[in-house]
Write a protein that binds this ligand. Sequence first.
Ligand code: ADP
Length: 610
Amino acid sequence: MKTTTRERYAYVALLATAGILGLLLSWTVPAQGIDNSVYDFFFRLHMPAAWPLETEVLGIDEQTLNQFGGVGGIRKALARGIEIIAPAHPRAIAVDIILAEPNAADDELETAFRTVPNVVLSSDLLTEDRWDDPIPRFRALAAGVGHVSADLDRYDAVSRSLPLEKVAGRTRHWALALEAFRASRGGQVTESPGSLEVGGVTIPVHRKEAGDAPMIRIRYVPPARGGIPGYSVAQLVENPKLAAAYAGKVVFAGVTAQTAMRDRWMTPFSGGIAMAGVEMNANAFETIAHQLFLTDASDSLVLLFCAVLVACAGLIYAFAGGWRATALAALLLACTHILPYVTFTYGTVFPYMPGVLCAWLAVVAAASWRHFFTGRILVETTESRARYQRAMQFVTHEMRTPLTAIQGSSELITRYALPDEKRKQIAGLINTESKRLARMIETFLNVERLSAGQMELKREHFSATELVDQCVTRAQPLAERKNIVIGAQAVPDVDLSGDRELMEYAVYNLLTNAVKYSPPETRVVVSGGRARGELRLWVEDRGIGMDKQEVKRVFDRFYRTRKAEATGEAGTGIGLSIVEQIVAQHGGSILVDSTPGKGSRFTLVLPLPN
Ligand code: ADP
């Protein structure tokens, strides 16, 4: 396909617009919603191989609350639970219960805490700059304090990620899961821009923006594998032997009773059923301990991916067409849809919508462009074919008359021994007819080239009066044959600008038509007037005239009125269409007033040069 530089730029601009629009749309709420659903779908589709769990939940469920006197008995229940599991030697205990106020059971709880190693307590954000920290007596015992703030998705409130750090005022707390991990492994948390290092594990973190909290995505233990195991305090009280399950485990203690649960979380697995915060924290611990990290693709990588997709769509439709382009585009779209899943299986979360939107929009834009472009080429070829046909028709119609004259005359000269006088006359006729033919061809071709935009109109200055006089002189012999008088009246002596030869063709045509379609012994008048920067030239006759319908079609190629055919005057129906084009090329117009049986007036309106 041949394209101009401008068209190439327009194509690139169109694709760029499609790409930008795709990116903008991918930031809208519905698109983010779809992104989330797709993430959850991948999450359920591709699960990491089962790993030995390191955590165990110590739950305070409904039954426990009943036994220990309701919500007020939570600390008592916790103390009891720890007391039961302590002999099994758990590795650490992370308590997902806020211990910010003193309570009657605190002595009991303190005693229990002293029986287990690595107690990690929790704190919650009270306000922007205040923590709801544990009371000093517990704090003094704790190996660490971690925050239990959630970071639910702002579109659907599902827990997919966990902020590993929260800051309020001047105090920063690591997440409870991270503190528990640190306590279970020993050592400190060291920070670098893209990761945190603790206990020999490098945790790749993602920050929404520079300065934001470092996030990790939580790999929930699939419900099909039973989630995080554990018992409630009530179960342990009933059967203390169950405590053996806690041997060497990192215990996450917290409320699991649906009625008293402070925090409920939806997870990609939960399908509407809430998970207790304590379990979520245990899951986050497993993610860190077993390095089941899912990292988010960087924004620049997503942008690059989208740009590559748009470029591919552009290239496909620039170099291929038909089914080949469709097949390639389908392949591109399929890859776009599948790639996020493939990267997911390798632990990289690639947002789904930016690529999909960019690829679809770019394919639609490129395909439409191609469609429009090939359509235009088709129109162009149809137009040039039509022009060619017009040329052929012109040759067969208009040229037949002079050609027959030339042919006949030349035959006369060759066949018969004619007197010199006659030979000269015939040779003269051949000469004028061939010149006429050449002029006709020239005029026709010029008008065609002009209307196809392949030729610049000549810009010569010539006198309007001289032009009219010349045409009248040329038409005189024709008029005399019908005893018609051509009168030229008051044509203003002004200069016109344009192609003199073409303008002569136009005026001459109007004059010969007036003579042809008028009965003998009538008058044809050419006159003119000048007003508001234009010259009006009109040719008026008292001929056969035309009705309104006929006037409408008079500029159609090859159209002739019935009355005109009936006059027996030779004609092709081409002349006026050429006149109209010539006048249009000169920036003017042509008007027709006509009454059947009374006569016609053709007016040329031509702009005067400044
Ligand atoms: P041609 O004269 O070769 O037929 P034109 O294109 O010059 O072709 O004119 C087209 C038709 O317009 C004519 O055939 C005729 O029917 C009508 N026409 C043109 N001029 C006049 C006129 N002065 N009076 C009546 N009819 C006219």
